[in-house]
Write a protein that binds this ligand. Sequence first.
Ligand code: DC
Length: 665
Amino acid sequence: MLSTPFVDLPPLQSAGGTVTLPGSKSISNRVLLLSALCQGTTTLHDVLESDDTRVMLTALRTLGCSITQTGNSVTIEGLGSQPTHTQVKLFMGNAGTAIRPLTAALALMGGSYELSGVPRMHERPIGDLVDALRQLGCQIDYTGKDGYPPLHIGQPQLKLDAPIQVRGDVSSQFLTALLMALPLVAKQDIVIDVVGELISRPYIEITLNLLARFGIRIQRDGWQRFTVPANSQYQSPGTLFVEADASSASYFIALGAIATGATASKTIKILGLGADSIQGDIRFIEAAQAMGAKVVSGANWLEVSQGSWPLKAIDLDCNHIPDAAMTLAVMALYAKGTTSLRNIASWRVKETDRIAAMACELRKLGATVVEGADFIQVTPPATASDWKAATIHTYDDHRVAMCFALAAFNPAGLPVRIEDPKCVAKTFPDYFEALFSLVQTEPQHIPVLCVDGPTASGKGTLAAQLASQLGYHLLDSGALYRITALAASQAGLMLDISGEAAIANLAANLEIEFKDDQILLSGVDVTAQIRLEATGMLASQISALPKVREALVALQHSFQRVPGLVADGRDMGTVIFPDATLKVFLTASAEQRAQRRYKQLISKGNAATLDSLRADLEARDARDMSRSASPLKPAQDAKLLDNSDLSVDASVDLVLNWWQSKQPF
Ligand code: DC
């Protein structure tokens, strides 16, 4: 997961490939709760691992549910009709799909519970659900503002004879909450009447469908009256597979429509759900097709490619696809004419006021936007030159972050900055990684920040921190020379000019894998070995051989991948990436560098003396500077940074400021 303050997406040109989507949030949280309310054991596969499901799992555990997790499979021993712990405080984060059904279930079961969340959760209405539950004799008090969490839930005195009324026009989750909880107490038929027009009906269909899988058959009269039949009893289905998230699929369906190109040689294949999905947002496909996407589907997969281009503007009532419709608002940037998305008042009470958020961010990109209480109209920038490079604020709303990433295909070739990319963790923690694995762009669009300088100048530390702050890939080119030296000495090759051809041949065919913090050579962990001073000396020797340097060029270029690269090493700015966006040449006195290396070695329990380290460094500098192949020297356009008296943090901040000054944001 990207957990940087922002991520800069370079201008992207095309996309193609296969993506496996994480499980649906709506289905995951419903079946987690239903499994907990059953008697017996249920195993759920492909459960989404995200902030919202974590909230639900933690709450269920706090209530005494026994839960085991292996990968994306979860096994739950049901509580039956009563939690083991009936006096608990539950923190619900910003998970609407957790707090609403849990409130209903706990209020009917009784006990003493406190439910609270993040500040935004305390601004999201729950009054209509509380009103409905109070009609049943539930004891619920607002401990903050009336109508909103936090809540205190007490012991109910149930009266179930009269039909209960619940409003259906603010959030369908109130009705879902009642439908999932009422079977707990259905000794007799319990009737729910929906007041007002029921919105987001497809989500109610998911609820009914999943309840049926757990043995509860709700009777339905149109969309106004629902009856929970007398003697309803949850029955575990034993095993259940969670479909991939249809709302998450919308970004990749849009990607196929925008970026696979007209030749049909590329497609986006989406695994984990088909067009027959039980999730309402699957109907996003029809909206995307109306805008020009070509979609084919099979059992558990979709395949999307570009149809009409530019996309066609649409005018659509989006009540049935409220979440996925945000993706349409970004697709509208690539359409001819004005796109109108109507009947989306529920956007205003989601993770953020989504109508206001989308309008504000789309305008930053140069679009013309008209917003109303329950609609948004988007007209794209008139020409490529009307697009603007923008910093997209994401309002702690995963969907804002995910859909705006698609703006990086803009015809102006501008980068897009997405703030707080980790907010996607709500439903799709690896969204950006999945996106990056599918997109392509010319190397000249992929930014490179080079950090060059002599040995022990702190390049490695600085480069690693810069990469982690920018969310970029990291190339530790010294490691490649060290690995080559190690492999060559293991192979018994001569490490001077007489072995040049053989070492070069070996270097071109290295089997290297960078796995988290480990470096594997032909499957063997060599992380510690290549860091030894002795290996460094060998690396210095073989790196003077021109053919060896040449053999490593292609491997080094292959690190230049979306979203960007921080490259560390002596010739990064001069030879390997001469067109880099920013080149930094670190300098520090031999004295300082020897001190640093000394501390580093001693702290790792290695023996060292300051004098011999300094002599070694000076010898290595002399060799690196005087050799004919890529001698150690700053690139002409490099910025010099003497970090002798700077802390690592201060150096990082300084370079990040230089970097920022090169950005169009
Ligand atoms: O940065 P380092 O100490 O890990 O580098 C090991 C050796 O590799 C060093 O003596 C110089 C050489 N090297 C090089 O010639 N070119 C690079 N881009 C990186 C390292």
